[in-house]
Design a protein around this ligand. Sequence first.
Ligand SMILES: [Zn+2]
Length: 756
Amino acid sequence: MRRFAAVLLIINLFVPSWVFAADDTPLVGYAPRSGQAERDWEAKFRAIPDPANLREYMRRLSARPHHVGSPYDKDNAEWILARFKEWGLDAHIETFDVLFPTPKVRVLEMIEPTKFTAKLEEPALAIDPTSNQKSEQLPTYNAYSIDGDVTAPLVFVNYGLPEDYEKLDRLGISVKGAIVIAKYYHSWRGVKPKVAAEHGAIGCLIYSEPKDDGYTRDDVFPQGPMRNRDGVQRGSVMDFASASPGDPLTPGVGATPDAKRLSLKEAKSITKIPVLPISYGDAQPLLAALQGPMAPDEWRGTLPIPYHVGPGPAKVHLKVEFNWDIKPVNDVIAKIPGSVAPDEWIIRGNHHDAWVNGAEDPVSAQVALLEEARALGTLVKQGWKPRRTIIYAAWDGEEPMLLGSTEWVEAHADELRQHAAVYLNTDGNDRGFLEMGGSHSLEQFINGVARDIEDPESKLTVWQRLQLAKIAQAKSADDRKELRQRPDLRIAALGSGTDFTGFLDHIGVATLDLGYGGEDEQGIYHSIYDDFYWYTHFSDSDFVYGRALSQTVGTAVMRLADAEVLPFDFVDFADTVQKYNKDLAKLLSDKQEEIRERNQELEEGVFKATLDPRRPTVAPKKEDVPPHLNFAPMENAAESLTRSADHYRQALQHRQSALGQADAETLGSLNQQLIESERKLTNDDGLPRRPWYKHLLYAPGIYSGYGVKTVPGVREGIEQKKYAEAEQEIARVAKALEDESALIESAAQLLERAAH
Ligand SMILES: [Zn+2]
């Protein structure tokens, strides 16, 4: 998964005369001599990944459809296992048994005012050799939609987000008893049926609008990279954000053979109403048959029809039934044991299953992972001994909703709590700019890695290229100033949509999520056209960004695995927390201002005065202005965090040269405290109404899905008008930040004692 509508960066890169040179500043967490040895090993490593291998792995892994439970999914797992072993890694397959529904019946027809039967079929194309593997392809569907047979008038609901229903209220339109049709994007797809059901709809269609990933943006496949008339986005609609990801029948525990399983009825993450994804070829006649008010301007797409909202006269019959089978997921796990600190784990993962052939998602980044493993195996043969244990994981079952990684995390939760230092994830790779997301205690670290990787197109470092691209895109002078002056580029906070979720949100393992992209548009996501032909014509066709990804993530893995002191830094982290506090205060004051203004307009009669009797609308209701919230506990905690973060950074800078003399035991305790630093941000009780999510700073949004909600308890409390709850969450977050600050302070003192 992990795709959003691609954002194309249009920039003019000026290439200065200084040529590419890897940074040679001292590595954070390394004594001088070991830092130099590390740089030598890393340079050897980066010379190994080969685009020709990446291409060949992709050809092999994407040659046939390989979704969960399919023959080629198993075949790929065994092939990956054999490669890990061939390269000298200690590898095995770990299998879990999970609920994975596949379609039995799919019917969509319009019965009024005219008859139309949807095709629900992506045709094979002669030029694209794997698109004709019909007998192995999963039909187009949304996994974990409930079975259903419904007939009702249709209503167009834009992207199907809560604010779209507020607009519908203003138009005087209810979806109660209706089937809704929503556009893909602007939220994770599972949010659309969830919100529709909350408003009383009885069925949900989701279509790919050409304005978002079709002909409006570029030529359609096979002439171009975009979604064609019949292309459909498959995908999961499991309500993972309000319940949990992974197997719906075994929440919180590994789906091993003897695990206690819920019945299908008890499973919380299955949708409440039937859902089906469709192409714009199938959507157009339905939308064209709608009447009622015109859709608001920004709702309209680029099909050659007037976009009405409905309801009706289009009346639709939707019937879906699924085989609710238990299927195996095969995670391939490979290890390089640590030589000094084998109980500290650096874990690196990417999924191998796809919806169909999946050349871009996930194979384009899976091949980078494989090439890293081959290169690390080569270094081990040459005498490289990583200090910590390195675990490489090729996850299965990511597409249905993070099944393989979540079950593995749940099955190994106790070990992970003790040993997992960092998890590094990728999921798909294209041409362009380095995309960095993760825990902010690793912001400085990953900026350092990005300064050592050469960009294949500009020959700048990928860090320089990213910095200049961000300057070109920046919206304000302040943003540009920060980009020029702040030593580290800010990394994104992580929501969900890929395999880091269990590590970060459930256990509290510091996480990085990386990939290249931004130069090519794409409209083949989760369709039969995401295949080797598409990728080698429209994306990183010479695999040089695949090599860059191998170099980036492999360098990060090595540098984390070898440092005497784990290269965590808390100054950027504290700065980020300060920023979140300001964001939250502004969110509340904007909300207060918005409601105050609306109430005043109601009193002034603005809505009555502007009413068009031919196009009647409904005035909004008067609302209470949100109360004042006391953010002081979080602000105080952020202040003490800033002080301890500064102290720790200074301590490390002053003592780094003496790290070579530090005794192993003290270093062990120090690293254990650093590993704990992300756990401290979790709370065993979890977030309000979703106890599986334990991280207090990062979570997927209940109504955004993949999109992150930072400080989710407080933020969603304000957004959902639960102000008393937001106030309680402020106290919980402040307490966690105070504990974090104390831990960092104690690490600084330990460091001063260890190395002097
Ligand atoms: Zn993926």
